[in-house]
Design a protein around this ligand. Structure first.
Ligand code: ADP
Ligand code: MG
Length: 213
């Protein structure tokens, strides 16, 4: 079962992971209304399609006014988004997610996958977030941290802390990072997931660890 970004964010939020305030919209007018309800003065309008690589394809837009929201929406609704994951036919955009823009100080990659050879959950993390894992693997392989969870004991806090240290997370944010890792692990286990991927997971300028995608 494929789920949309806004659904994944709701799930992760239920597992204690911070996500930006956001809301779904089915028309440009509704998107403007939702942005006002969210508050602030900068929003991200994001096409909800079952494919990654939306940013580069025009499916993720930063907006600072009603006019910009309207314009971004008009370029999305009813159009097809063509990303490297959709194939040339693209995917129709019928809903957008509007969320508060975060002020980012660092973008990370975080993935929980099932390692088929060992039948264990493997955590993959990198300080080079915001780009696809395949690109990180080929361009910055040394930035990748891998850690396998022992099924009998689960993800222990010390293991989560070790991952946080390897990512270079400052000491004041370690506890928050451990909560984020534990939240993903619980989500993976309880929902019997095939993959939990947060890309990017960011540290904001006001020191919060937030899942943006
Ligand atoms: P995709 O992976 O499909 O391109 P993302 O949701 O990852 O889409 O968005 C692309 C980029 O846009 C992110 O890597 C991040 O830099 C930026 N971005 C996404 N959501 C937000 C947000 N709420 N605030 C600030 N920047 C964002
Ligand atoms: Mg992304």
């Amino acid at each position: 079962m494929d789920i949309h970004e806004y659904q994944a964010k709701e799930i992760l939020s239920n597992f204690g992971i911070l996500v930006p305030p956001g809301a779904l919209a089915y028309s440009p007018e509704q998107a403007i209304y939702q942005a006002r309800a969210i508050g602030g003065n900068q929003w991200i309008v994001k096409a909800q399609v079952h494919a990654g690589g939306r940013g580069k394809a025009g499916g993720v837009k930063v907006c600072e006014s009603d006019y910009e929201i309207q314009e971004s929406c008009e370029n999305m609704f009813g159009k097809k988004l063509i990303t490297h994951q959709t194939g040339p036919e693209g995917k129709g955009i019928y809903r957008v997610y509007v969320e508060a823009a975060m002020q980012i100080s660092c973008e990370m990659y975080l993935g929980f996958v099932l390692d088929r050879t060992t039948q264990r959950i493997m955590i993959v993390a990198s300080t080079e977030g915001g780009v696809e894992i395949e690109d990180i693997t080929s361009n910055r392989p040394n930035s990748i941290i891998r850690s396998t969870v022992e099924p009998a004991v689960g993800l222990r806090d010390f293991q989560a802390r070790e991952i946080a240290f390897k990512l270079g997370i400052s000491s004041s944010l370690i506890a928050q990072m451990v909560r984020t890792l534990q939240g993903c692990y619980l989500a993976f286990r309880e929902l019997d997931a095939t993959m939990v991927e947060i890309n990017p997971l960011v540290i904001t300028n006001d020191d919060r660890i937030v899942a943006l995608d």
